[in-house]
Design a protein around this ligand. Structure first.
Ligand code: PLP
Length: 393
């Protein structure tokens, strides 16, 4: 006998992985240059040279120490550098003792959700959303409450949200810049959200935490501002990752920040650390605690993502697709040309165009295009998008 839930998670691949694996098989059949794989969010630009140089230098200078266990919450000097960086950038006063270093945003979220969850708790998620949220929330023994999308701009459907918050609501997850829409929540959206959460927390007599999942915080385009969420809502817990900003998804590096202002913050921080312990994380990889903290004010050269966005948005609109312009991340989430997004994705697949149905993200009638690829790949894929549109005429 094994856990049916775990067996299910271990055998059923996500739609994204399914397409990604199909792309590899298909590439072997028809040649990689003939398969247009927009399925997965692997950064296409290399890490800054300083990342590799720092890793090599540390390996040379501290060949034994660098591989040692650190404190469970992460090395003090690394946590201090993260605090200093955010304090410089956002005029804040964070201290090292409120950072908990993790193996990426996925682990940050799991530590926070497991740390907060009590029996009967609910977490609100806004569609379109990163499908793993459901796995993480249910893994923490809580229930996900999904808010349908506001499809005109992919901000927040506040009418539905107001109805969904109950005395069982322990937290709300936001992800901006967003996967899969690429949209950045405006300050106005976040302020309205904060006002509702403040009012409901008061009404129910307990804090409702805002969990800000920010792996794309630095991937933002000209003229767009990503508001610093803890300045807008006091009870914000930040989940960060270096997977995208420093193109390090395989190295597994990130952190949880529980700012001083957070209600019962000492308990929240202790519970996050306890969750990390119970999940068996022990500590984040020591080499990359050092590398990311020494390089945390840099990003990979992300200009190509903006170029890709511009090319795709203008080209797809000319072809007749309806597209909300993304302000960041590297995803585009156009409407499908028929109501059934799975059928649309299947039709695209026949053209060797791999795009992910939006149903799995709670937004049927859309598909996700991950444009973290070479611009040339997009240029060569445009006739395929045109053929797809033509097939509906
Ligand atoms: N949250 C969102 C919205 C993501 O898109 C991803 C990865 O794609 C993650 C979390 C997990 O990222 P990490 O590699 O840091 O665990």
């Amino acid at each position: 006998m094994v856990s049916e839930r775990m067996k299910g998670l271990g055998t059923a691949r996500s739609v994204i992985r399914e397409l990604f694996e199909y792309g590899k098989v298909r590439a072997a059949q028809v040649g990689a240059e003939n398969v247009f794989d927009f399925s997965i969010g692997n950064p296409s630009v290399p890490s800054p040279a300083a990342v590799n140089e720092t890793a090599i230098r540390l390996l040379r200078e501290q060949p034994d120490l660098i591989h040692a266990y650190t404190s469970a919450q992460g090395a003090q000097d690394a946590r201090q550098r993260f605090a200093d960086s955010l304090n410089r950038r956002f005029g804040a006063h964070y201290t090292a003792d409120r950072f908990y270093l993790t193996v990426g945003a996925a682990a940050s979220l799991c530590c926070v959700l497991n740390g907060l969850s009590c029996p009967g708790d609910e977490f609100v998620v806004f569609a379109p959303y990163f499908p793993e949220y459901k796995v993480f929330i249910e893994g923490a023994g809580a229930t996900m409450v999904l808010i349908p999308p506001e499809i005109d701009a992919f901000q927040i459907n506040f009418d539905a949200f107001q109805q969904a918050v109950t005395p069982h609501t322990k937290g709300v997850l936001v992800n901006s810049p967003n996967n899969p829409s690429g949209v950045v929540y405006s300050k106005k959206t976040l302020e309205r959200l904060a006002a509702i959460l403040t009012e409901k927390s008061r009404e129910y007599g307990h804090p409702i935490y805002l969990i800000s999942d920010e792996p794309y915080r630095e991937i933002v385009y000209t003229g767009v501002e990503v508001p610093w969420v803890p300045h807008i809502y006091r009870d914000t817990i930040v989940c960060y990752s270096f997977s995208k900003s420093l193109s390090l998804p395989g190295e597994r590096a990130g952190y949880v920040l529980v700012p001083q202002e957070v209600t019962e913050g000492d308990d929240v921080y202790a519970a996050v650390a306890g969750a990390g312990r119970s999940l068996g994380y022990v500590c984040a990889p020591s080499l990359f605690q050092q590398v990311t903290s020494l390089c945390c004010d840099m990003t990979s050269d992300i200009r190509v993502y903006e170029e890709n966005r511009n090319l795709l948005v203008s080209s797809l609109r000319e072809m007749g697709y309806h597209v909300v312009e993304p302000g960041g991340a590297f995803y585009l989430f156009p409407r499908t040309l028929e109501p059934d997004d799975r059928a649309f994705s299947e039709r695209a697949k026949k053209l060797d165009l791999l795009i992910v149905p939006g149903s799995g993200s709670g937004a049927p009638g859309h598909v996700r295009i991950s444009y973290c690829v070479q611009t040339e790949t997009i240029r060569r894929a445009l006739p395929k998008f045109q053929a797809l549109a033509d097939s509906y005429k």
